[in-house]
Write a protein that binds this ligand. Structure first.
Ligand code: CA
Length: 379
């Protein structure tokens, strides 16, 4: 394995360069605009001389593949003028169009069902028939490293008579993988599961920060709103779909309706990890996703809704069956009943001010871009 197997894309700036597209090569960044300008890449420099990857993303799979092939050829040899990563400031890699968050890990859905609806079936009746999702707030998607301020909001504990407005006391993480849509689809024309991946530019880690106390009071009947929209962190680097191995997904029972079936249904083979203050508290895998990327896209567009360049489709929290593979604190601590004991002797149920969470992902011998965020006190 070499860095040439990964080659993720991002947006960077330096003291003398405005934000523009770059590709990561080990711990250095190649300026794609410069490379195209000097003829090293056979594509239009204007695709890269921008503070977001969207123009390149919209160019489509033929261009993505040609660029990736050209980069792999070019980088076989020592290339001058790579920028050390330490000298680069990393920016949000693309302008986020719509942000959709799915709920596609069965273990996560079952855990939350057991926690919140102990007297009924863990899965809601629709869960095995469609990939449940909601529309989130794209304007507050932030790049890895951005501090996360503890939100305030309305909360009403079960034993309280009335709600109060106060800082969240149950601030949580959600370990997720996001799809980044490159080429749009046409309004009114569903994208079939078999065609869906043609639209996907790449994949990155997502931390869907969640204020559980705000969420619990507000979510009936329209779903998550302010309990999620204060911040969603994504990696600075987008890994091309072509770089990620996929493995066959387990058969689905019941078999989904025809529009959600895909030939050779497969999941991304990516190992995932959650670190809290430098200590690993969960190890999961994207193989734990029941609904695949193709099925999520087929479902999202099945009513004729169009994909847009820059859409971010997050998987939902990725938990496995093993308790050590749960992707959120509400699951890891079983709604606070079983606090985590950290190496420094402290305990955690939910996040405290100053806590730093890092999501990590590995596949095929390389690490995807991490997602890092530290909790700041309420303003
Ligand atoms: Ca989520």
């Amino acid at each position: 394995m070499t860095a040439l197997d990964h080659l993720p894309y991002g947006v960077f700036s330096t003291s003398d360069r405005r934000p523009r597209a770059g590709v990561l090569v080990d711990d250095r960044v190649l300026d794609l605009a410069d490379a195209a300008e000097s003829g090293l890449l056979d594509s239009d420099p204007s695709l890269y001389a921008q503070p977001a990857l969207n123009a390149f993303m919209a160019a489509g799979r033929t261009v993505w593949r040609a660029t990736r092939d050209a980069l792999r050829d070019l980088l076989q040899d020592e290339v001058e003028a790579l920028v050390p990563l330490a000298e680069a400031r990393l920016h949000l890699p693309f302008e986020v169009a719509d942000y959709v968050d799915f709920y596609s890990s069965r273990a996560h859905a079952e855990n939350l069902g057991r926690l919140f609806r102990p007297d009924s079936q863990p899965l809601t009746p629709n869960w095995l028939h469609l990939p449940i999702g909601y529309h989130g707030r794209s304007g507050t998607v932030v790049v890895s490293g951005t501090p996360v301020r503890r939100p305030s909001g309305q909360v009403k504990p079960p034993d309280a008579d009335a709600p109060a407005f106060r800082p969240s006391a149950r601030l949580d993480i959600e370990l997720e993988l996001g799809l980044v849509i490159g080429t749009p689809s046409d309004l009114g024309e569903p994208v079939s599961a078999d065609q869906a991946l043609e639209h996907v530019f790449g994949v990155l880690l997502v931390n869907d920060w969640s204020a559980r106390d705000l969420q619990a009071w507000e979510y009936v009947p329209l779903g998550p709103f302010l309990g999620k929209s204060f911040a969603t962190s994504i990696a600075a680097w987008v890994t091309p779909v072509d770089a990620i191995p996929r493995v066959a997904a387990a058969p689905q029972e019941p078999e989904p309706l025809p529009h959600l079936r895909a030939a050779g249904r497969a999941v991304f083979d990516i190992d995932l990890e959650v670190d809290l203050n430098g200590e690993t508290i969960s190890r999961s895998s994207a193989r734990n996703l029941y609904w695949t990327a193709e099925q999520q896209i087929a479902h999202l567009t099945s009513n004729g809704a169009a994909l847009r360049t820059g859409d971010l489709l997050a998987s939902g929290t990725i938990s496995g069956d093993d308790p050590g593979s749960r992707g959120s604190l509400i699951e890891l601590t079983w709604n606070g009943a079983e606090p985590l004991e950290l190496a420094d002797g402290s305990e955690r149920t939910f996040l405290e001010d100053g806590d730093e969470v890092v999501l990590r992902a590995r596949t095929a011998g390389f690490a995807l871009g991490e997602v890092r965020g530290r909790i700041e006190p309420t303003a």
